[in-house]
Design a binder for this molecule. Structure first.
Ligand SMILES: Cc1cc2nc3c(=O)[nH]c(=O)nc-3n(C[C@H](O)[C@H](O)[C@H](O)COP(=O)(O)OP(=O)(O)OC[C@H]3O[C@@H](n4cnc5c(N)ncnc54)[C@H](O)[C@@H]3O)c2cc1C
Length: 437
């Protein structure tokens, strides 16, 4: 007879022993799904969770590693945020779809049901000719009729040219959109991946295309609450623990020197090859390329008066500027985002800061002096969403090893939603595997 006081220990001894390697959003999502169902350990190489979407620096200098934009379509992100005790609407500012580029295209969609919101937004948009608006609507209609699916993938640019999109539309809308959504230049970006993003946002209900901007710092948006949730669920959390190698032993998986019944490897593609002995995956990974994202934080004594909380400038240097005072209550702080910047532009850090400053000064000529600045360059911020980029299947040839990470979400760019979806899928596949044993 097992005493009641020993029941918990006995039950947990019966649970399969599982490790999640990597506590970015994908690994955290997998761990949150698995917590309570298995005897779980999470390994994270960094000192804190969050991976490529977290805070960096110390004390008052602590900032997000890069401004993130989420979409209403990020349903799995919202579900898991709620699961760890957050209310997404309280930690994010929801804006109906808008596009504010001073001197260029300006659009604000009213909060009407789809597709009327988009239609009304486009019809009243400034900075685009009627012809350009018409061509844009036609292109979206073509995609929708094809069920957002291409018979064969091609570059975004070649598809847009086939749809006779005028140069003004390429410059004012498509180029910045593709950079923001795929962090890949138009010439190389996959049209199929873009179509998937458009399907989930513009092709769905109105709320799916809403922009959600964090009102809290990135670590507080999911990583830290998820970490606390996992701790409360009895999960073993090992930060500052880089796993060196995986192996197989008696049908189990060896994580360095410890045996587990199954493992989820939730690391970025450039770290996966070090851990996986899977030749197929390693060969596929050779096709991966990466693009940086640079974020310049500009601290002014008083908040500049920007035309919108997220805005840009026709022929501006930064893709977008974010008013952090209006978002995260960081008074006087502006985040300027440079997506997929040319490598040579990253060499001169001071020049990048000056270019961001010039953008702010152009938008608010009466802005006060700059107090200080901080430049954060994430060199391998995202994988490039290239045409026909292969995505490995969830489990490798090592038995008991499952994969997660933004790169594994089929036909999706590197996004938080892609990372979370892949983590949830890996957790589901792992549990299914155990239930079939
Ligand atoms: C500057 C920037 C801006 C971005 N903007 C947006 C945006 O606006 N919207 C959006 O949706 N997405 C955006 N992204 C992309 C998004 O952040 C990523 O797609 C997502 O965070 C990837 O999560 P992941 O868990 O798949 O990988 P990662 O975040 O890379 O997590 C992998 C984790 O594994 C750990 N690890 C690696 N090797 C080991 C090991 N051997 N042992 C233990 N741990 C290990 C790493 O330390 C890391 O914490 C942006 C990314 C950046 C960098």
């Amino acid at each position: 007879m097992v005493g009641l006081e020993n029941l918990d220990i006995w039950l947990s001894a019966m649970k399969p022993r599982v490790a999640v390697i990597g506590a970015g959003w994908a690994g955290l999502a997998a761990a949150v799904e698995l917590a309570g169902q298995v005897d779980l350990t999470v390994f994270e190489a960094g000192r804190e969770p969050g991976g490529r979407a977290r805070c960096v620096g110390a004390g008052s200098q602590r900032v997000d590693n890069g401004q993130h934009i989420l979409l209403g379509a990020y349903h799995e992100c919202w579900r898991l945020m709620r699961k760890v005790g957050l209310e997404p609407e309280q930690v994010m500012q929801r804006l109906s779809l808008r596009w504010m580029r001073q001197g260029g295209m300006q659009m604000q969609c009213p909060p009407w049901p789809a597709p009327w919101h988009l239609l009304a937004g486009l019809l009243t948009a400034k900075g685009l000719s009627w012809f350009a608006k018409w061509r844009l609507l036609r292109a979206l209609q073509v995609l929708q009729r094809q069920n957002w699916q291409l018979s064969s993938d091609c570059s975004v640019l070649s598809w847009l040219l086939s749809q006779q999109q005028p140069p003004s539309l390429l410059k004012e809308f498509w180029r910045p959109l593709v950079l923001s959504a795929l962090n890949t230049p138009l010439e190389l970006a996959s049209m199929q991946v873009l179509a998937a993003v458009l399907r989930d946002s513009l092709g769905a209900d109105r709320a799916a295309s809403d922009l959600l901007l964090p009102k809290v710092k990135l670590s507080a948006l999911f990583p830290q609450p998820a970490w606390l949730y996992l701790r409360a669920q009895g999960v073993t959390l090992r930060s500052a623990s880089r796993v060196q190698q995986l192996g197989a032993s008696d049908g189990k998986v060896m994580v360095d020197t410890e045996l587990y019944d199954a493992v989820i490897v939730a690391v970025a593609p450039y770290h996966a090859a070090d851990l996986l002995a899977d030749e197929v995956v390693v060969r596929l990974l050779a096709a991966y390329r990466y693009y940086p994202i640079a974020t310049v934080y500009l601290q002014f004594a008083q908040s500049p008066r920007l035309p919108a909380v997220m805005c840009g400038r026709r022929d501006g240097a930064a893709d977008w500027l974010f008013d952090r005072a209006a978002l995260t209550d960081e008074q006087g702080l502006i985040a300027a985002v440079f997506s997929a910047p040319a490598e040579d532009s990253l060499g001169d850090r001071q020049a990048l800061v000056q270019r961001a400053l010039a953008d702010v000064q152009a938008l608010d000529p009466s802005v006060g002096p700059l107090l200080n600045s901080q430049l954060i360059v994430e060199r391998r911020a995202t994988f490039a969403s290239l045409v026909d980029l292969p995505r490995p299947v969830l489990s490798g040839s090592l038995p008991g090893v499952f994969l997660a990470g933004d790169w594994l979400c089929p036909a999706y760019p590197a996004t938080l939603e892609g990372a979370v979806r892949s983590g949830v899928s890996a957790a589901t596949a792992l549990i299914d595997g155990f239930s079939k044993r």
